[in-house]
Design a protein around this ligand. Structure first.
Ligand code: PSU
Ligand code: MN
Length: 304
């Protein structure tokens, strides 16, 4: 048996059948710089509470899977150096060896399923990297969406990825990609892209019904909800294009590979935009948290 510990708030919510929203921790340790990472993590948790649900930030700490972090645990994780980034492949090893690791989208979905949580909010998911035809770099997040029954709310995928290839893999894997309130597939810092999302829904209730319908049909896997960044917080694509190209070029030149690729690119983009990318990132994560809280609340009203 693995050791799972719930925060006091999540334990109470489970007892009372309250809506719970999972949150990842790689965004805290590898996605944003200290100290904004801790402030944002706490703010996003509060957004979920204000929207009537309970946040459950996931992490492995000293071999225990934590579902919901107490405030001081969250602060400790956000300040710790050299925390492992754990995905499907390394999560059991981390738990078995008493390690500490921050969960990616894939690992957070696994933790959510173990805890019976069906909705998860994040910023952007991993996907198919540019140059994947030679590097084979495709995030485990995509295959997790195909097999673990969690609805993931993200702002689409970052333009550091190959977006058309990412959508192709999701289609092949049978993952519903649902744009919220628009036809276009959102591209993280931009509310729209030149790609049409395969599906569109306009309410949290529809998304919740689609989730339970998948379960009722015996289909494994979850759903990707692509929620556009609020208009006021967008960064024009033409401003970002040279920054993304430079970050990618440096990653290639330095031979960055495997799980280091995404954190390397995120850090360089933050530096090259002098922090502007972070302001947009914060706005879209908060926006996703609010939508996820609504979906979670709809789900508790539906027969499972
Ligand atoms: N994309 C972002 N921000 C992030 C990540 C991806 O815009 O913080 C993180 C998430 O935790 C995601 C992980 O699950 O990176 C994907 O890493 P990889 O590409 O190595 O699978
Ligand atoms: Mn990868």
């Amino acid at each position: 048996m693995i050791k799972i510990e719930y925060s006091a708030e999540v334990a109470a919510a489970r007892d009372n059948g309250k809506a719970i929203v999972a949150l990842e921790s790689t965004i805290i340790t590898h996605g944003m710089p200290y100290p904004q990472n801790i402030e944002v993590a706490a703010q996003v948790e509060n957004d979920i509470r204000a929207a009537g649900a309970v946040p459950a930030t996931m992490a492995v700490m000293d071999g225990t899977l934590r579902v919901g972090l107490e405030a001081e645990q969250l602060r400790a994780l956000g300040q710790a150096k050299n925390v492992a980034k754990i995905s499907r492949a390394d999560m059991p090893a981390c738990i078995a060896t008493g390690g500490t690791g921050a969960t990616t989208v894939a690992a957070t979905m696994i933790a959510a399923r173990l805890a019976g949580i069906q909705v998860f909010a994040t910023g952007g998911i991993g996907g198919v990297h540019k140059g994947a035809e030679t590097s084979f770099d495709i995030s485990a997040d995509l295959m997790e969406l195909a097999q673990t029954p969690v609805t993931v709310v993200a702002a689409g995928a970052k333009a550091i990825l190959d977006l058309p290839k990412t959508l192709e893999v999701l289609e092949t894997q049978g993952v519903p990609v649902i744009a919220f309130g628009q036809d276009s597939f959102p591209a993280f810092w931009s509310a729209t892209s030149d790609l049409v999302a395969p599906l569109r829904m306009d309410s949290a209730a529809e998304i919740a019904r689609a989730h339970t319908t998948r379960t009722a049909m015996g289909l494994p896997g979850g759903q990707l909800i692509a929620n556009p960044i609020p208009d006021a917080d967008q960064i024009p694509a033409e401003q970002l294009a040279p920054v993304l190209a430079q970050a990618q070029g440096e990653a290639d030149d330095q031979g960055v590979r495997g799980k280091d690729v995404t954190p390397f690119l995120l850090q360089r983009i933050f530096e090259l935009t002098e922090g502007r990318s972070l302001t947009a990132n914060i706005a879209l994560v908060r926006n996703n948290a609010k939508l996820a809280a609504k979906i979670a609340q709809e789900l508790v009203t539906l027969p499972q």
